[in-house]
Design a protein around this ligand. Structure first.
Ligand code: S3P
Length: 430
């Protein structure tokens, strides 16, 4: 186990060019490359534990992977290979859920598993609608928990209205629809991140929004390969945006960040709280990409109850900004936070209490009263975003984050970037 020890930071002014590549897009690049019959070229693929697990999985499914001059070349197999071993998704709900969707309509037998945290995350939101259209899936607790076993089958087209706004559910269902024989339709309560729709459209799938539904036409021929540069991940960049927003007189410029509107809502909330933020768009090929400048200004409290799916990954870091704002900030309608890599409502509340902040826990959110931080020893609860959020909180008056190895699941160079702002030491603990 490693612990991360961080000292109080002074005002900083940094340009950060090496934020980790986007995790959601990287997973999709690996998985979607199996849908073409030609080699995909992927630049800036995220080199982190989660997305490297996904590469190993597509290799086990028969893909050939080469890495030349930092360009990943993925050549798909003519037909997906039935793997002899269990497919290890590590800590990644995205990998497991998207692969359940793809493999349930692929010929062969597949077993998906992951680490002890992923083993407790619900899969029923995907396995239930898939079973209704003919998928052969089994798993612990009536197909809710992994290991998940799949015997690929011919699935029926569907018209499904998801009760939750989840890009993982949406993507799993869309992938399962590609191998059917008629159009399928998918609806969700509010738009969740839309990388799957954008990327598949770019690869030649006839996928369109029609009357609040996504219509997916199964392709008649193999899809175009991907030729893509993965932008930097806004949810990883956001940790340093919060650092600049809470340390007086600081400024940070975050380079080449994905600016998709479903992914930068947390920056917009910081802006509403008083932080000065500028977005400069530089590219708009598959996705909008640009630089984000964040300048310190005093923070005021905010109330959040809408568009939660656009904020879901950033709420832990945003909570640190709430704890520095004048007034009481509130989050509601965020029950989904309880089933992320940890129960994030409980882990945010527990850690904020440790550093002397007044917090009230609710079933679907929390209230945080801005206050003064005191030095504390935080627990990551094995959750990368909790570890990094409380590393940022530690910049205010020093702190320690225990069980910090999980940071490597999404952002292995986080600590090196943190060292530009403060003295941060990673210590191994047995
Ligand atoms: C993701 C979707 C989100 C997000 C996760 C990545 C994706 O989950 O929390 O980190 O890549 O599709 P849900 O949309 O299922 O809530």
């Amino acid at each position: 186990m490693s612990i991360l020890k961080i000292e109080k930071a002074e005002a900083f002014n940094e340009v950060i060019t090496d934020i980790a590549a986007d995790k959601s897009i990287s997973h999709r690049c690996a998985i979607f490359s199996l849908l073409s019959d030609k080699t995909s070229f992927i630049r800036n693929y995220l080199q982190a534990e989660d997305t490297l697990c996904t590469l190993n999985i597509i290799k086990a499914l028969g893909a050939k992977i080469e890495n030349e001059n930092s360009i990943l070349r993925i050549t798909p197999p003519t037909k997906i290979t039935e793997p002899s071993l269990i497919l290890d998704c590590g800590n990644s709900g995205t990998a497991m859920r998207l692969l359940i969707g793809l493999l349930s309509s692929t010929e062969g037998f597949f077993v998906l598993h992951g680490d002890k945290y992923l083993a407790n995350r619900p899969m029923k939101r995907i396995t239930t609608p898939l079973k209704k259209i003919g998928a052969n899936i089994d798993g612990r607790q009536n197909s809710d928990l992994s290991p998940i076993c799949i015997r690929g089958a011919k699935l029926k087209p569907f018209d499904y209205k998801s009760p939750i706004a989840s890009a993982q559910v949406k993507s799993a269902l869309i992938l399962s629809a590609l191998n059917t024989n008629a159009p399928s339709f998918f609806a969700e309560p509010e738009l969740s991140r839309d990388h799957t729709e954008r990327m598949l459209k770019g690869m030649g799938v006839d996928i369109e929004y029609k009357n609040d539904k996504i219509a997916i036409n199964p392709p008649k021929k193999p899809l175009h390969p991907l030729d893509i540069t993965v932008p930097a991940d806004p949810s990883s960049a956001f940790f340093f945006a919060v650092a600049a927003a809470i340390i007086p007189n600081s400024r940070v410029i975050l380079k080449n960040i994905l600016l998709n509107k479903t992914r930068i809502e947390a920056f917009k909330i910081l802006q509403r709280m008083g932080t000065q933020i500028e977005f400069v768009q530089k590219d708009d090929k598959y996705e909008s990409i640009g630089d984000i400048t964040v300048r310190y200004a005093p923070l005021k409290a905010v109330k959040i109850s809408e568009n939660i799916s656009w904020l879901i990954d950033e709420l832990p870091a945003l909570s640190i900004a709430f704890a520095c704002a004048s007034g009481i900030s509130s989050v509601r309608n965020a029950k989904e936070l309880r089933i992320k890599e940890s129960d994030r409502i409980s882990t945010i509340v527990k850690n904020l209490k440790l550093c002397g902040i007044n917090v009230t826990e609710l079933e679907d959110g929390y209230d945080i009263e801005g206050g003064t931080f005191k030095n504390a020893v935080f627990n990551s609860f094995g959750d990368h975003r909790i570890a990094m959020s409380f590393a940022i909180a530690s910049l205010l008056c020093g702190g320690v984050v225990e069980d910090a190895d999980c940071i490597d699941t999404s952002f292995p160079n986080f600590t090196n970037i943190l060292k530009k702002i403060s003295v941060a030491e990673s210590l191994q603990w047995r």
